[in-house]
Unconditional design. Sequence first.
Length: 411
Amino acid sequence: MIDSTVLRPPFRGFLAARTVSLLGSSMSSVALALGVLGATGRATDLGIVLAAGIGPQLVLLLVGGAVADRFSRRTLLVHANLGAGLTQAGVAAILLSGTFDLLPVSLLAVAHGALEAFASPALRGIVPELVAPEDLHRANSALSLSRNVSRVAGPALAGVITAVAGGGWAVAADALSFLIAAALLSRLPRSGRVSGARGSLLPDIRAGWREFRSTTWVWVTSLAFFVVNLANVGPWQVLGPTLTREDGGDAAWGLVLSVRAAGLVAMSLLMYRLVLRRPLRAGMVAAAFGALPLFALGADAGLPVLLVCVFVGAMGFTVSGVTWDTALQQNVRPEVLSRVSSYDDLLSFGAIPIGLLVVGRAAAEWGARTVALAGGVAFVAAALVPLLSRSVRDLRATPADRGRRGSPSAR
């Protein structure tokens, strides 16, 4: 269980806001897919709506990071959640009206993605403002638990609401969750960190890039996660369901996802208690275990072996995520943290659409299981090669004085 040393105001309110918002978003992802497909029956339309949300998020991430470092992260998050609530309410209204139109839904998805681009860097940057440096590891573990539980509960709840009342009501619940989150976030204390800078954001974005590229352990690890996402997400999401069905029938993929969720939740609980003196060393080693499901799929190891690999791999993902967030928050200066995070997110997550686009053609050319095995090899290499850098393997989780974050001794 999680004790109360970290779960106290103001972090308690932030955790509650994130939990409500994540639960709503987990519901909405399922409900939106069912709603669009139910309205048009065309998978292409769903792809357009999803792409409309992802595109602006990637394009505007660097701007979002600069804004989050310049202004109050609390205020930015309140407005982003209010805006997200309105966009989702618009989508819900269209679905509930029974007169689906692809254009307005896509435009609302564009607006929602743009708001996410501003919220994402602020979310990582605000945590050090709410807890003491020595509590960052446990705070990130609690946030990881919230995120993973929401991923389990959200789709199940969305399925029930959609079956009883329709997908539009599940999207409406997501809209309400954003509004509740905005109300909770508005109660957080105002930060005294606002720079008050004026004028173009371009110099701020450039300064963020200089900080990112000059901090070796940051760009090395971010580049590793780029390769990890490129090698893993496409084969797992596109090839995984088909190969799993071959191993265990139609119900196997659902079982695999359930076991994966259990691994994510279990490790989130364990991470709250663990103390890691060198977080990146432990995180990258643990991340390598995330490749096990790809090896199981590629080797046609059978469903029981795959389930074990999925559980262990999910635990590895959780360790790497918590340690990475903590390392950034403890060792990057607060005034540039959101900008550095935005470059990390852009590099890491920019690989996902690339992988999703190329994996089908690669599987047709070389075979699905061969692609899965190759992805596993690339995954392990990407996770472990950064450990050749002393700045990565020796980075300590010492809650050093905030004025010293990002100093040469930390790199």
